[in-house]
Design a protein around this ligand. Structure first.
Ligand code: GAL
Length: 345
């Protein structure tokens, strides 16, 4: 009985996330209509956070601009659905799979399945661990954490800190935290900083981040001087909890992703910084790799990252710390967000 409910659930999720017609096996004519047109499959964890819409749009445009075909599916944070969606795209005849894994370890099964069908796998933004991934492209995620902690330390060089991390199932969340701890540790060892709360946030859920921050504030009688939040979503939850205690704007909070609401909070002063990651660069370089790999050509990747299975050829791009004074010269100049959107002027 439970098994039938599980299968029913996966089929329901597929019809919800992918499009209804994807639930049955591809018909002959759905298979590559133009056999030499390269076909790229893009498997996203979720479209819940603002940035993933940008990734989807920019990556699809970049792939199509190279004459290749692309289909994107999003799994709404469900591992079984993500596995099923990858399986469907492989059945449909994709030449390469580009994956933003929901769970770094669980998605190793996607690599095994793809390689059985002689389809290469590229880890996009988030690394799949413990599997022979073909290429990995992302930002320097340890540096993201270092930038966050460095900016908060400038404002609050001593005192009681909280760390509100991302989803532990996401390898990036582990790297962001590692970067933040690289910067904080000497201060913790010296005793000028106390890390009084340190918690990952399931599913990167802002509501969970708010709940956790509320519990931490209650536990410590509001005695926090600074919060390192892993992205703008979790920062939003933290700032809601702080504002209920009249502490918003008084306690520095970090963020990431340069989401519109995150940048507006930086302007308003309730959030101290965010980290800008130029998605257009990530998407266009990922499209280069995808189309090259799909054509069975080698990719020149100078770096490599060990994912527990092997040293994976990698391209890691530079993240940029954003504070109130640097918004116009970075995000606005790049057209990532407009002056109008941020300042309403
Ligand atoms: C991370 C990503 C971040 C953030 C987060 C939540 O893997 O690098 O930019 O958005 O996921 O989706």
């Amino acid at each position: 009985m439970r098994k039938w409910i599980g299968i029913l659930l996966v089929l329901l999720m597929l019809s919800a996330c992918g499009t209804a017609e994807n639930s049955s096996s591809p018909t002959e004519d759905q298979k590559l209509t133009d056999s030499d047109q390269l076909y790229v499959g893009f498997v996203l964890d979720t479209l819940k956070d603002e940035r993933w819409y940008k990734d989807k749009q920019l990556f699809e445009e970049a792939v199509e601009s190279k004459g290749a075909r692309i289909k994107t599916l999003a799994a709404n944070g469900n591992d079984d659905v993500q596995l099923k969606q990858a399986e469907l795209l492989i059945e449909e005849g994709v030449d390469v799979l580009v994956v933003v894994p929901h769970d770094a370890a669980y998605s190793a099964a996607i690599v095994d399945m793809a390689h059985e069908a002689d389809v290469k796998v590229i880890s996009y933004d988030r690394l799949i661990t413990n599997a022979p991934v073909d290429y990995y492209i992302s930002f320097d995620n340890v540096k993201v954490g270092e930038l966050q902690a460095t900016e908060i330390l400038k404002i609050k060089p001593s005192g009681t800190y909280a760390y509100i991390g991302g989803a532990e199932s996401d390898n990036n969340a582990v790297l962001f935290r590692q970067g933040a701890m690289n910067v904080l540790k000497p201060h913790i060892d010296k005793g000028t900083i106390q890390l009084a709360y340190d918690q990952y946030t399931d599913g990167w859920d802002p509501n969970k981040a708010e709940e956790n921050m509320k519990a931490a504030l209650k536990q410590r009688g509001n005695k926090f001087d600074a919060v390192i939040a892993a992205n703008d979503g979790t920062a939003g939850g933290v700032i809601k909890a702080l504002s209920e205690q009249g502490m918003a704007g008084k306690v520095p909070v970090s963020g990431q992703d340069a989401e519109l609401e995150g940048v507006r909070r930086v302007v308003a002063g309730t959030q101290s910084m965010t980290v800008y990651k130029p998605i257009s660069l990530l998407a266009s370089q990922a499209a280069d790799i995808a189309v090259t790999v799909a054509a069975d050509k080698p990719v020149d990747a100078e770096q490599s990252v060990n994912n527990g299975e092997a040293d994976i050829p990698a391209i890691l791009l530079e993240p940029v710390a954003i504070t109130k004074d640097t918004i116009r010269d970075t995000i606005v100049k790049d057209g990532y967000l407009t002056q109008e959107e941020i300042y309403g002027e």
